[in-house]
Design a protein around this ligand. Sequence first.
Ligand SMILES: Cc1ncc(COP(=O)(O)O)c(CN[C@@H](CS)C(=O)O)c1O
Length: 409
Amino acid sequence: SGALDVERIREDFPVLEREFDGTPLVYLDNAATTQTPEHVIDAISDYYREYNANVHRGLHHLSQEASIAYEEAHDRVAEFIGADGREEIVFTKNTTESENLVAYAWGLRELGPGDTVVLTEMEHHASLVTWQQIAERTGADVAYIRIDEDGRLDMDHAREVIGDDTAMLSAVHVSNTLGTINPVADLVDLAHDHDALAFIDGAQAVPNRPVDVEAIDADFYAFSGHKMAGPTGIGVLYGKRHLLDSMEPFLYGGDMIEKVTFEESRWNELPWKFEAGTPSIAQGIALAEACDYLDAIGMDRIARHENELAQYTLERFAEFDDIETFGPPAGEERGGLVSFNLESVHAHDLSSILNDYAVAIRAGDHCTQPLHDKLGVAATARASFYVYNTREEIDVLVEAIDDARQLFG
Ligand SMILES: Cc1ncc(COP(=O)(O)O)c(CN[C@@H](CS)C(=O)O)c1O
């Protein structure tokens, strides 16, 4: 369980060869999307080259091959996150759609006046806006668990906010802005103590660390393929079987039915009840390949690698008194990202200067505008890491920031 062989891993990612005006790409925007290894690229092209067909279990060889590969991809994802089986794994477009599926298919029917949806102040818009709007439409209330000055969740406040009026808790596992790793099993326990359901947003967790949804005991858990070395266009909603069984479909159409007459329709079995129409077949198959790729590296080692790079970034930034960082202090484990601001340079200006050095970071609100309001900043710059990043790349980042400082200083 030693360190990652980063140089070996980098050979798997063709895009890392890119140069801009002769300057090698330094890709530090992995919380937005990760790059794609040959293994996953091949899985997609092999599908289109060798067994492209629709997956409604047609009566011909290609459709049978495609159907089996697509269905078994659900089994592989279930295994990757410690779920029981394919019945608990719905393929969606992304984390955002997974959140909306539950908000519409469960929330619209189950929420009403007197109910409260509890969120955290660090929620991504995918959950915050979704539950805010569904609560408004159903007359339910929304309450927010506070964060402390270091960007940790205030668990004393969580115990105050989560009560018998709580119907749903929706919380992020790892913050895409702060890097904070939330105690999701404790949060789920708190929700269950008050007979509330718990939805965990794992977009920044499943790609980066071991996740066992049964140990967490989440009722729903969501993540995206493109953040875990997989393709865009595929996401996952994990749901406890009895809940998915009890829910009405989110989208209607072909494949999600068992029997249709002019008068009524009966639904297909899980998870197909929630997969209407022709799905992202190649992407689903490629997601299973991404699970294999990451497991071969080891999720524990990935989490350690990312934390080490985040700690190194904090250490380098601490050499300067004009860089403000956000999230837990140095030394405290965090997800593989650091949001920061350079005094005298707006995050957008900084990111465009870094781009002149072929350093790719993100600048803005990272779809957490309420959190930025709470932090008292309009925007932040964010460096985020994955399996192919190195300390040397962080040194390039620091040098480019120094040049920006000189330019604007
Ligand atoms: C915690 C969290 N929750 C949900 C999402 C949405 O994932 P989608 O695949 O776009 O649906 C994201 C994606 N955050 C990107 C785009 S804003 C970022 O740059 O941070 C996320 O980080």
